[in-house]
Design a protein around this ligand. Structure first.
Ligand code: ATP
Ligand code: MG
Length: 269
C-alpha cells in the first residue's frame, strides 16, 4: 500500500482539470478520498463521463487498496495502536483501548455518560502514543447540541494538555438532519481526516434518524439509510485507520415477561 504523500485528483488516469473541479465542488479532495466511492455513487453526485470515472477509480484502488490477498500468517501484523478512554477499567475490557479501523457504539440510558466519554476521547486522542493517545485530532459530529467546550477545557487540563491547543485539534460540526449527516460524512469529514483526524465521533447517530423517520411504516427506510451512513463511517475507519465512536440512547421496550435487562434496547435496533 501507499505512503502518506497526497495524491491529487488530477494524478489519476481519466481525470482532467474539468472533472477534478467538479469532484472538488462535490467535496472530494484527493485521489484517496475518491477511492472511497463506487462508480454509481460518483455518478449521482457529479456530472462526468462514466468510463473516465471507472478508470480513475481503478487507478485509485491500485494505489490505496489491497489488490492481492496475503496469507494469514502475514496478515494483521500492525495491530498495536490503541486509544485510551482515560478509564482504566474500560481500557482493560477492550484489551488496552479503542482500536483504529474499528467502529464502537456507546449505548446507554440518558445521563449515563455517553457524551462525557466522547468529550474525554476527543482529548485523549491528542495524547502521544506513550500516554495512550494516537497523536491525532478529533472530528466531532454533534447531532444533539450537547458538545461542551467547557468540559473539553477541564478534561484537557486534567490530561496535562495546552487548553487552547487541545481546542484547535477538535473539529466540531452541528448535524442538522440525516442528509446533512451523510453529506458531511462523505465530504468534509474525509478532508479533515486527511489533515490528521484519528477519532470520529457521532453523538448521537440515532437521534436525527428517529425524528425524521418515525413510525413503523418508515422503519425499513430508516434502517437502510442508517446502515448506509454506518457503512460510510466503516469505509473511512478502515481506509484511513481511524477510530469511530457513535452513541446510541437505549430505551425500555414494553415486553411481557421479560427481565428488566431484556427490556432495554438500543433505539436503532
Ligand atoms: N463537568 C462535569 N463533571 C462531572 N460530571 C458531569 C459534568 N458535566 C456533566 N456531568 C454528568 O455526567 C453525566 C453523564 O452525562 P452525559 O451527558 O454524558 O450523558 P449521556 O449518556 O450523553 O446522556 P444522553 O443520552 O441524554 O445524551 C450526567 O449525570 C451529568 O450530570
Ligand atoms: Mg449525550
Amino acid at each position: 500500500m501507499m505512503s502518506e504523500v497526497k495524491v491529487e485528483l488530477e494524478d489519476l488516469e481519466g481525470i482532467g482539470p474539468k472533472t477534478a473541479e467538479k469532484l472538488r465542488n462535490a467535496g472530494i479532495c484527493s485521489a484517496k478520498h475518491l477511492s472511497l466511492f463506487n462508480v454509481d455513487e460518483l455518478l449521482n453526485i457529479v456530472d462526468a463521463d462514466e468510463r473516465a470515472l471507472r478508470r480513475a477509480l481503478a487507478h485509485a484502488r491500485r494505489l490505496f487498496m489491497p489488490i492481492k490477498a496475503v496469507t494469514a500468517s502475514r496478515y494483521g501484523l500492525r495491530d498495536d495502536a490503541r486509544l485510551t478512554t482515560g478509564v482504566k477499567s474500560i481500557d482493560s475490557l477492550l484489551g488496552g483501548g479503542l482500536r483504529p479501523k474499528a467502529i464502537y457504539e456507546l449505548c446507554g440510558q440518558p445521563g449515563t455518560g455517553k457524551t462525557q466519554l466522547c468529550l474525554q476521547l476527543s482529548v485523549t486522542v491528542q495524547l502521544t502514543a506513550n500516554k495512550g493517545g494516537l497523536n491525532g485530532k478529533c472530528y466531532f459530529m454533534d447531532a444533539e447540541g450537547t458538545f461542551s467546550k467547557e468540559r473539553v477545557k477541564a478534561i484537557a487540563e486534567r490530561f496535562g494538555l495546552d487548553v487552547e491547543g487541545a481546542l484547535e485539534n477538535i473539529y466540531i460540526i452541528e448535524i442538522m438532519n440525516t442528509d446533512h449527516l451523510l453529506h458531511i460524512a462523505t465530504s468534509d469529514l474525509v478532508s479533515s481526516v486527511e489533515k490528521g483526524v484519528k477519532l470520529v465521533v457521532v453523538d448521537s447517530l440515532m437521534s436525527r434518524f428517529r425524528s425524521e423517520y418515525s413510525g413503523r411504516e418508515s422503519l425499513a427506510l430508516r434502517q437502510s439509510r442508517l446502515g448506509y451512513v454506518l457503512d460510510w463511517l466503516i469505509r473511512i475507519a478502515r481506509l484511513y485507520e481511524v477510530v469511530v465512536v457513535v452513541t446510541t440512547p437505549v430505551m425500555e421496550v414494553p415486553v411481557a415477561f421479560a427481565s428488566s435487562t431484556d427490556r432495554i434496547r438500543p433505539v436503532g435496533g
